[in-house]
Design a protein around this ligand. Structure first.
Ligand code: FMN
Length: 194
């Protein structure tokens, strides 16, 4: 059994939908125990028990929303004890505009994971739909603004949810492989200081 935590910030629900699509993709992998929570319901100490962490937010001016950033900034003690070292990580975000800062936001979301010593995975180009309209840094979804009739934007959102499912599945499969490898090779510890 592996534990995967999808944690997100969301004001008007778009990022929550992506979080749930990711969780659904991860749950489809046998043995995945997937928890999904808004940051207001999420305690950073629960991360310590996870094998993989996927966090995301709406892009705010090309960077992490202040809500999720505040939540991540509670990780000081966890960082000092190295408690997230070796865990699998991945990120997602939503924006209103196609080039409204999606990839910049995802790079900003990845940085604190690397500081924690996590093993970050994105989405590769051998998923044809990702090569066409996705991203290699995680899942970034453009969301239709309220009341728009723009079909292109609505279509991109639906396709983004599908990519979310693929990210969840990929992270679950990577986590499964790492968990099995650790069980078989206990002397190769990714958490050890040497
Ligand atoms: C303070 C603020 C800044 C934002 N900055 C951007 C931006 O730079 N580019 C963009 O495309 N959308 C921007 N947006 C729009 C949100 O990223 C977008 O609507 C997102 O999908 C909302 O997610 P939610 O429904 O989960 O809250 C901004 C929204 C807010 C409130």
């Amino acid at each position: 059994m592996m534990k995967i935590y999808v944690v997100y910030d969301s004001e008007s629900g778009h990022t929550e939908q992506v979080a749930r699509a990711i969780a659904k993709g991860a749950r489809a992998v046998e043995g995945a125990d997937v928890l999904v929570n808004h940051i207001n319901q999420a305690d950073v100490r629960d991360l310590v028990d996870m094998d993989a962490i996927i966090w995301g937010c709406p892009g705010h001016f090309g960077s992490i929303s202040s809500g999720l950033k505040q939540w991540i900034d509670k990780l000081g003690y966890i960082w000092a004890r190295g408690e997230l070292v070796g865990k699998v990580g991945a990120v997602f975000c939503t924006t209103a505009t196609v080039h409204g800062g999606i990839e910049a936001t995802m790079l900003n979301l990845i940085t604190p994971m690397l500081h924690q010593g996590m093993i970050v995975a994105g989405l590769p180009a051998n998923l044809p739909e990702n090569a066409l309209y996705g991203s290699y840094y995680g899942v970034g979804v453009t969301c239709p603004v309220e009341g728009t009739e723009d079909h292109f934007s609505r279509d991109l959102f639906e396709r983004g949810l599908d990519l979310g499912g693929l990210l969840g599945r990929r992270i679950a499969l990577i986590t499964e492989a790492l968990t099995l490898g650790r069980a078989q090779l206990p002397h190769v510890s990714l958490e050890s200081r040497r």
